[in-house]
Design a protein around this ligand. Structure first.
Ligand SMILES: [Zn+2]
Length: 302
């Protein structure tokens, strides 16, 4: 589906609502108050009415779509643009491309779409896992690990041929936060873990995995299957997308950009149509109250 077919297929509120209805209630419309499955459609009000408790609701009631004055057509186009963009799209780009009146509205829209793209409870990585960390922002002033106060670390792991997990770490990467990262994102029984030769890894608890390192300082990049090239290519993708699309990406917004990037990367073998549908499904199935909580100003990207 390209932009042209999308705007033809979802050119009206009715067409958009029809898709949202199927994504919200794949097994038939249910009352959102009492779960009763006999509901009737009120043509004039454009609402469903529950046959039991008589509550009236539309396909967007209690969803994020209900709280905005943006048309469903605009939401659909924004989801499509973000889903098919390889490097992400900033709120400014969305504002310009869709002709949205205010930056604040575009910011609201993209923030909520990014949140919907986050993976809930990601499965632990397994098999062969590469781990590495990188820096974001500022300039690194020489002199070892202690002197990096104006930079943020990002820790990341990739399952070879599989998904990535990325996490912002405000401080310098330490044994303790690498430990926590592995407990949260990597299966304790994974086969292999590959890193560089940073001494921080010596004391990390890798569970039952065999840990092997390549020593970049000795110009060793690959030893048999031991390397960290896959996670490093994720870092270059991250850096290109920051330079290409976001320009100024502040620390407090970093995690949500990483989440968006992970979502897109982890679905890289899916086509953009599936990504579009998965994002819309998440948007229509997440209660708007939860979105309010998740997207408080301090938690959302600009
Ligand atoms: Zn009911």
């Amino acid at each position: 589906m390209n932009l042209r077919t999308l705007s033809q297929n979802y050119s009206t509120k009715e067409k958009c609502s029809e898709l949202l209805r199927r994504l919200r209630w794949p097994n038939g419309v249910k009352c959102i108050r009492c779960d009763h499955t006999t509901v009737c459609w009120l043509n004039k009000q454009e609402k469903f009415e529950c046959g039991k408790c008589h509550y009236q609701f539309s396909v967007t009631t209690n969803t994020i779509f209900h709280d905005t004055h943006l048309s469903l057509e605009t939401w659909f186009l924004a989801v499509h643009l973000i889903a098919q963009s390889k490097k992400g799209m900033s709120s400014c780009q969305i504002q310009r491309t869709l002709g949205i009146g205010s930056y604040k509205t575009a910011w609201y829209l993209t923030g909520r779409i990014r949140k919907a793209m986050e993976e809930a409870n990601p499965a632990p990585l397994k098999g062969t896992v590469e781990f590495d960390s990188t820096w974001h922002g500022g300039k690194r002033h020489g002199g070892g690990r202690g002197n990096v106060t104006n930079k943020t670390s990002v820790m990341g792991a990739i399952e070879r041929g599989g998904p990535i997990r990325l996490k912002v770490e405000k401080r310098t990467v330490s044994r303790k936060n690498v430990d926590l990262f592995f407990k949260e994102y990597v299966d304790r029984k994974t086969d292999n873990i590959f890193t560089d030769a940073d001494p921080v890894y010596r004391a990390v608890d890798f569970g039952e995995a065999i840990h092997s390192a390549v020593d970049h300082s000795a110009k060793e990049w690959v030893r048999g299957e031991v390397h960290t090239n896959s996670i490093e290519s994720v870092w270059s993708l991250f850096k290109r997308s920051v330079i290409g699309s976001y320009h100024h990406l502040s620390e407090k917004h970093l995690q949500s950009y990483l989440d968006e990037m992970s979502f897109r990367f982890n679905k890289r073998h899916d086509d953009s149509d599936k990504l579009f549908l998965d994002t819309l499904r998440a948007l229509v199935n997440t209660p708007s109250l939860k979105f309010k909580e998740l997207t408080k100003p301090e938690a959302i990207a600009s």
